[in-house]
Write a protein that binds this ligand. Sequence first.
Ligand code: SF4
Ligand SMILES: [Zn+2]
Ligand SMILES: [Zn+2]
Length: 309
Amino acid sequence: MKCRRCKELAQIALPSHHTAFCRDCFERYFIRQIETGIRRQKMFTHEDRILCALSGGKDSLALMWVLSHLGYDVTGLHVDLGIEGSSPMARGQVEAFCQDHDLKLVVVETAPKGLGIPEVYKALKRPICPVCGKIKRYYFNKTALEGGYTALTTGHNLDDEVARLFANTLRWDQSYLSDQGPALPAEAGFAAKVKPLYRVTEFETAAFCFLKKIPHVKAPCPYSKGASFTSHKALWATLEEKSPGSKIAFYDGFLERGRPAFAALEPGHGTKLSPCRTCGYPTSVEWCGVCRLKRQVAGLPPEAAEAEE
Ligand code: SF4
Ligand SMILES: [Zn+2]
Ligand SMILES: [Zn+2]
């Protein structure tokens, strides 16, 4: 098969785009997809200060590489979750990447704050991934706001976005369907959140890291059995194989037609939020979920949360 662009021998087939590329043209295509996403969704400009959440996995490292390659003012953020074996590996990968590419990096450790994932798991004894996600989002947002960053990027790719949208569609979750997407603007207490990889698949970021020789964490987190959307992703892999282009069509269709239709059903959507009495994070109750969680993990009664910090 020949490369669509230069007619040399193709190395990477992309059935969903009915095409194949050689190595150089694939890299160019991958970067273009990200630029298109940033432009279409008006994510940020070269004037913005961008904080890029880095897990140590292929998606976030590929994103950081591309953003710095495109000349954006980008700083990495790694949240060290204190998981024995897995966290030191992830952190080491992120630190080495940033050092090798001369990129700025901020590291936040959750264990000294009483929120190491093993401790949280012991205290809650229930699937940990949703809670871990909440902790990470909290520190992403806090670090972005406190550091004066104007956009927070995460490495969610098309497969992640489609699986999440699908799950919320199955539940007809009107609130999610009315305001979610790859670019959420800043609002009181929340930094702008963007997902510049929403037009590329997991396969494509893996291929990009392989071609650019970007080492990344491959071993799954020991808690990942509870990771969400695995079965939905498998379902979509089958659909995509039978009907290439389904994923992007489903997601683009949602952004163009689904989301506006749901938004019209929910004028002035959302619950009224006010600052957490302990940390100031926006919350619908007196104390935010993370402050309540900290006390729960420490075995303290919830009422006295305001005495903390
Ligand atoms: S797999 Fe679950 S526990 Fe592990 S890092 Fe991801 S969200 Fe956290
Ligand atoms: Zn080519
Ligand atoms: Zn709080």
